[in-house]
Design a protein around this ligand. Sequence first.
Ligand code: SAH
Length: 248
Amino acid sequence: MNETDLILKNKFDVEFVLIEPSHPGNIGACARAVKNMGFNKLGLVNPVNFPADEAFYRAKGASDLLDNAIIYSSINEALAEKTLVLGTSARERTIPWPNTFTNKIFEEVSGLDGNNKISVLFGREKSGLTNEELQRCHMHLKIPSSEEYSSLNLSHAVQIISYELRNALLTDIDVPIKEDIPLSTDEEDEFLLKHIDEVLLGLDFYNQNSSRQVQARIKRLLKKARPDKLEVGILRGFLSKIEEMLNK
Ligand code: SAH
């Protein structure tokens, strides 16, 4: 294995996650795309038909990724330990989210500590990712395809994004690390969001603000901030104090 591939495998933990893929052929083609670009992790959330021969035919020399694919039964399971979640989508939905074109991804991953666990989410062939799933992401990636027909085949999208990510992560090797404390995981973010929700309910906040998509906007605020573990802990402590006062 050459040095480039070793760096990618050892320094960065990147999992390509397909949410409810329906065609086993696509799963195989995705495994091949991922391995071609020097990554080795494939996650499948509730695949419709897997394992299947068709997947192995299409994977060719990447069948090891299919053998080792992690099958998740929910997105929570897939994301629990991840510190950076990138969602992919051909079109904008609900409230605008932090997003970038795939060829600009370098700016987003530069200076990332190698201890980060990165998940790249891909949607269903027919309907893509749901709004709820897209709101779990720190950032949305869009392949700058034609506006007239923007949606690529799933495995083609995986190919382009894994290629861009490979280039971005490899160019990044000499950039100084910016973090002092590790970033929070998706699960920690989810607990914080639930805690905020409970306190807002306790304060009867939603009644006056029902039309403002408060929850989605708070999620977006958190994802934009990319807080670290300590910051999340401070916010949780702060919320607990408010709860204490409310319960008095
Ligand atoms: N018909 C669906 C698209 C499904 S394509 C829709 O309109 O949402 C399957 C998946 O491939 C998408 O969920 C996304 O993960 C990826 N994909 C396809 N085209 C893309 C593009 N232009 N940019 C980023 N991801 C894309």
